[in-house]
Design a binder for this molecule. Structure first.
Ligand code: OKP
Ligand code: ZN
Length: 343
């Protein structure tokens, strides 16, 4: 299986994350990609290539133009405003912000484009996010060229990035970008399956009114898990997208057997949809030892997961999302890919 990886992920290296009322070292850092890359190499994956530079022409079809300009210019404008530490939003439009619009003040703009406030923006964040976008596009192109499976080792992750929203460690929605690229190159119907522990609220936002992208997500019940305000089973799509969104909220301590049942249901929905290709938003934060999540998958379970995905017989672009804290994240990712190759 080919792996698309850019060293430029290293430019996303925030010093702070707001967690439990404190600014802590972020759970999402460069070490994650290093651990994953090392485990892939240990497991014999040697076809590892850098992406082409694609720019934001695909992202521009999914994200708001003002939002993309904000991402590109925030750091310069933040420091020009006299701030010396990392950019953290303060005031967000919420219920009854009836006339919310992008303010001219950079501090206000930061809140306008945020869906959560743990994710500090730093010098280099934009450069790394664009490189992750490049990985997703190059991976999609590898599928269009006729290959069956490809893995985009994206960092920073993307599935919480909405049309005009960043947060949850995400800035550009790499999975949606991969799906759009497949469509731009001839696919009529693409499914995105999100197996990260957290609901893919950004991907749902981007695809909610579309009938050419089916979105399914398995995640911690929003009553009990970040991002809290999306991911309910009642969210089924809107307008022509009605019926093309499927959420599978799952309870604390969900083990593989219960997870697999939900996964099979999601795969059945994707087959019924008639997907021509599958984009998998792969988070391995469903692991039993993940520091910020609460499912109970084991390292061997990830290989079983890969086999279930490959049983669809669809071409698969796997895009890296979350998975934190422990070096096992690398082996868990490798196991998903090994399960796909065997399956
Ligand atoms: C990103 B991805 C722990 C609470 C959760 C944000 C989690 C973002 C997860 N500080 N905070 O979906 O893995
Ligand atoms: Zn996650």
């Amino acid at each position: 299986m080919r792996i698309i990886y850019s060293e430029d992920h290293k430019f996303r290296d925030a010093k702070t994350e707001l967690h439990g009322g404190e600014l802590v070292k972020p759970f999402e850092g460069p070490f994650r990609a290093e651990w994953i890359l090392a485990a892939l190499q240990e497991n014999g994956f040697s076809d590892i290539v850098a992406p082409e530079a694609h720019g934001l022409s695909v992202a521009g079809k999914l994200h708001d133009a003002g939002y993309l300009e904000f991402l590109e210019t925030i750091w310069e404008r933040w420091t020009a405003a006299g701030f010396t530490s990392e950019a953290i939003p303060i005031s967000l439009p919420v219920r009854r912000s009836y006339h919310a619009r992008p303010p001219k003040n950079i501090d206000g703009l930061l809140g306008y484009y945020a869906n959560s406030v743990e994710t500090s923006i730093t010098d280099g964040t934009y450069r790394a996010a664009v490189a992750a976008n490049d990985c997703a596009i190059s991976a999609a192109d590898h599928i269009t060229a006729g290959n069956r499976h490809v893995f985009a080792l994206c960092r920073p992750p993307g599935h919480h990035a909405g049309i005009d929203l960043f947060g949850g460690y995400c800035f550009l929605n790499n999975a949606a970008i991969a799906a759009q690229r497949l469509i731009d190159h001839g696919a009529a119907k693409v499914a995105i399956l999100d197996v990260d522990f957290h609901h893919g609220n950004g991907t749902q936002d981007i695809t909610y009114e579309r009938d050419d992208i089916f979105f399914a997500s398995l995640h911690g019940d929003p009553d009990d898990a970040f991002p809290y305000f999306w991911g309910h089973a009642e969210e089924t799509g809107k307008g022509r997208g009605e019926g093309f969104n499927a959420n599978f909220p799952l309870p604390r301590n969900t083990p593989w057997n219960a997870y697999r049942a939900a996964l099979e249901s999601a795969m059945k929905r994707i087959a019924d949809f008639g997907a021509e290709a599958l984009v998998v938003s792969l988070g391995v934060d469903t692991f039993e030892k993940d520091p910020i999540s609460f499912f109970r998958l084991t390292t061997p379970d990830f290989q079983r997961m890969g086999a279930v995905l490959a049983a669809s017989d669809l071409p698969i672009v796997t895009v890296m999302e979350g998975g934190y804290g422990v070096t096992e994240i690398g082996h868990n990712v490798a196991n998903v890919l090994l399960g796909m190759e065997d399956g």
